[in-house]
Design a binder for this molecule. Structure first.
Ligand code: SF4
Length: 334
């Protein structure tokens, strides 16, 4: 297989129980391949409750899918043997939203960085381990003199976030899943951190899944984008195409709201207040209640992902007649 990671018809449903009440479809039937060679940066964009974080957790193997399967180097991660599982844990790395939560306040940065070296047996001696750590820190623009020997609270938020990147780098991953890596830092640091994520991809060839609620940064650093709404991938494709000519009514709404001066308003509060934290099991297009173009059939059955040109697809009946066919795997349009 030439995909390092592959999702086949992956769905995740929360809740249920005997009475089948309060079922939330957090991720609905996602198929996606991440190539081993020349992987790009894929942004997964959506509001809270869109399913983007659930998708990230599925990819990291933190939670199992309810339906479908996730393959690492062609093997279902649900049934990996011990050594393959270890390789999966090493090669698919998270970068979390708030690194402060990840750190134990009583451990110095040295411990945070050394733990993966020891756990994965990456070095034969202490000095080799230290060299690895220093090199990794330098790759993300951190000086070891200013970071090693310190406690997390003695570092800035930006430094802590970059240490997370450096720590992930130590393991020479093939895939990095970065969940809102810049949402907790101020604008001046955002560029630096996005820069180091870009470098991971361009210089080191690591696939990056960039989970975000912010279309502007998605546009800046990603090659391809997946727009999610209530668990469904509503639009996907090359980022330029999707942002410059959005084809799904929901993406259009999002893109229209970008130029507002206050970035926190980009995903307007009226939208957020309508979030239910994932879709119920109702049939039809999830966006229908808010869609200005909704037709009778929209509430009867979920539309397929219609291909629009070579590098774009939208989950919307408006494109049925002009579509070039249905897209099975999202990455077919990347
Ligand atoms: Fe609107 Fe129908 Fe398209 Fe859904 S399928 S986005 S309701 S037009």
């Amino acid at each position: 297989t030439d995909n390092v990671l592959e999702l086949k018809n992956v769905s995740k449903v929360f809740g249920g129980g005997l009475l089948r009440r309060n079922i939330t479809v957090a991720v609905d039937d996602v198929s996606l391949g991440i190539p081993r060679e020349n992987p790009g940066i894929i942004a997964v964009a959506g509001e809270s409750g869109s399913g983007k974080t659930t998708l990230a957790r599925l990819m990291l193997g933190i939670i199992p899918p309810t339906e479908g399967a996730i393959y690492f180097n062609g093997h279902d991660i649900a049934s990996l043997g011990r050594s393959d599982k270890r390789e999966f844990r090493r090669e698919v790395q998270p970068i979390m939203q708030d690194p402060f939560e990840v750190y134990n306040p009583f451990y110095k940065v040295d411990h945070v960085m050394m733990a993966p070296v020891t756990n994965f047996g990456l070095a034969r001696s202490k000095s080799e381990a230290r060299d690895l750590v220093v090199e990794s820190l330098e790759t993300v623009g951190l000086r070891h003199q200013e970071t090693l020997g310190r406690f997390p609270h003695q570092l800035s938020g930006g430094q802590r976030q970059r240490i997370m990147v450096a720590r992930a780098l130590l393991l020479k991953p093939r895939v990095i899943v970065a969940d809102e890596p810049v949402s907790m830092v101020d604008a001046s640091l955002r560029a630096t951190i996005l820069g180091s994520i870009d470098l991971l991809n361009k210089e080191l060839g690591i696939a990056v899944i960039y989970i975000t609620h912010d279309l502007t940064t998605a546009f800046q650093i990603s090659d391809n984008i997946i727009v999610m709404y209530q668990g469904s991938v509503v639009e996907t494709g090359r980022v330029e195409d999707v942002i410059q000519a959005p084809q799904h009514p929901y993406t259009q709404l999002l893109v229209e709201s970008i130029p507002r001066p206050d970035p926190s308003e980009r995903w307007g509060s009226d939208m957020a207040s309508q979030e239910t934290g994932g879709a119920s099991t109702e049939v039809g297009c999830r966006f229908a209640p808010r869609c200005p173009y909704a037709m009778a059939e929209c509430t009867e059955e979920m539309p397929p992902l219609y291909r629009i040109g070579d590098t774009q697809a939208a989950l919307c009946y408006l494109h049925r007649d002009s579509s070039l066919g249905n897209v099975q795997s999202i990455s077919d349009v990347f």
